[in-house]
Design a protein around this ligand. Structure first.
Ligand code: IMP
Length: 422
């Protein structure tokens, strides 16, 4: 079985926990886009793990964890993460496989990310060099993991890139640039460590599919941050939606059996860009505190708002969701009233579909449907029928509005605080 799991909002939906639960049955767990801008939080035995690049399956024994060709890899961050997980006795050496086609992040990518943010206007990026690295990929001058394996060719390509980047940095930003010799030494050192992990992962995955293995494709960020389908330009630089799993892992779309979208019971986003259902200060402070809404990668406070179904339905449609995993229902436990945004008002018009134009979206006002809250603790509920009736009504309403069934409900950060409906 091949399952794609995607964030159906602006990222941080709690994908890490759901992937961790599904990983138990999976044979392969595959990251297919993004890089160490992601931060997937998983709580195991009261210990919190944050994974940035390595698929969350590494926390389970004997799961093959693949970093697919669509990912951009910062070797420094990767090696730090490998060493961190080795300290916990996890078998990273045996189980981590990195595509020979991943693009490599260099310090000049990180610097360009920072300088662009400062000088050209804010996207609110994670400053990990993700956008500039993907830009080189699309511009066909990036360096890939396979290049790291060929010392002579790597040196030649790096030299050309450093020369070009330094000229640009000097001219545009008056920055002295980077030393080619220093970068070469540093990256050849990384290559020695990464070498044993690098392979053609698309062959491995397609062989596994033939053998009917269970493959879980782990999306990072969320559909509204998709470079094509998100709130452009306030997006990340990859295809975060389900289609990205196919191109980013080298597996045909016809092979995907289920597509699970993860949504929070409300909405959050980090970074800049419109968020139509954003709370006022009182609710913002309360939900942010209860939901621990601070970025796993950058620590930035997340902006919070009511559940936006215009967003969720857009996601359900773009991704072709077969199932929904809803997280953080417990964060709403104390509210007297819960609201769902069912459409936007734009000037005198009612919009039911998510507008592609960011300037229109910025002027949209949410139209809400209100429901009574449940005002009971849900974190101890083990089965769907244990949930308070108003909580079930809320879930059923969301499911109908999204046009997708809710199969998993998460009511806390621990593995056991999860209701699997199906
Ligand atoms: P970048 O991916 O660092 O280029 O950042 C682009 C946008 O995506 C910014 O708004 C970031 O806050 C957002 N972003 C990137 N990664 C994540 C994530 O894992 N969760 C939530 N937002 C993210």
């Amino acid at each position: 079985m091949n399952v794609v799991l995607v964030g159906a909002q602006w990222g941080d939906e709690g994908k890490g926990k759901i992937i961790d639960i599904l990983s138990e049955k999976a044979d392969y767990i595959v990251r297919y886009q993004g890089g160490n801008n992601a931060g997937h939080t998983v709580v195991v035995n009261n210990k919190e793990f944050i994974l940035h690049l390595i698929p969350s399956g590494i926390l389970h024994k004997n799961k093959k964890c693949i970093i697919g060709n669509g990912v951009v890899v910062d070797p420094e961050a990767l090696i730090k993460e490998i060493n961190h997980f080795k300290k916990y006795g996890l078998d990273v050496d045996k189980n981590l496989i990195i595509s020979d086609r991943v693009h490599i992040i260099f310090p000049y990518h990180r610097l360009l990310d920072v300088l662009r943010e400062e000088k050209r206007g804010k996207i609110g990026t994670t400053k990990r060099g993700i956008g500039p690295c993907y830009a080189d990929k699309v511009n066909r001058c990036g360096l890939r993991a396979s290049d790291l394996l060929n010392r002579r060719l790597f040196a030649k390509k790096l030299k050309a890139n450093v020369k070009e980047k330094n000229e640009f940095l000097r001219k545009i930003y008056n920055h002295k640039g980077f030393s080619y010799n220093e970068l070469l030494r540093q990256y050849l050192g990384y290559a020695r460590i990464m070498k044993k992990h690098i392979a053609d992962t698309s062959i491995i995955l397609n062989e596994a599919i033939k053998k009917k293995k269970y493959i879980l494709f782990e999306g990072a960020q969320g559909t509204l941050l998709d470079i094509d389908h998100g709130t452009y330009p306030f997006v990340t630089s990859s295809n975060t939606s389900a289609g990205g799993a196919s191109t980013g892992a080298g597996v045909s779309p016809i092979k995907m059996d289920r597509i699970i979208g993860v949504v929070k019971a409300y909405t959050t986003r980090v970074g800049e860009g419109p968020l139509p259902t954003e709370f006022g200060k009182v609710l913002m402070d309360m939900i942010r505190r209860r939901g621990k809404e601070f970025g796993a990668t950058t620590g930035r406070p997340r902006r919070c708002g009511w559940f936006d179904n215009v967003v969720a339905r857009h996601s359900a449609s773009i991704n072709g969701l077969t199932d929904v995993a809803l997280t953080k229902l417990d964060v709403l436990d104390s509210l007297k009233e819960v609201k769902i945004c069912t459409a936007y008002r734009y000037k005198s018009k009612v919009l039911k579909y998510f507008p592609g134009d960011i300037d229109i979206l910025s002027e949209c006002k949410p139209i809400y449907e209100s429901m009574p809250g449940w005002m009971k603790d849900t974190s101890s509920c083990k089965r769907y029928r244990d949930l308070p009736v108003n909580a079930r009504r809320y879930l059923e309403r969301l499911s109908r509005l999204m046009g997708a069934k809710i199969s998993i409900v998460s009511v806390g950060s621990r593995r056991r605080e999860t209701i699997i409906k199906k």
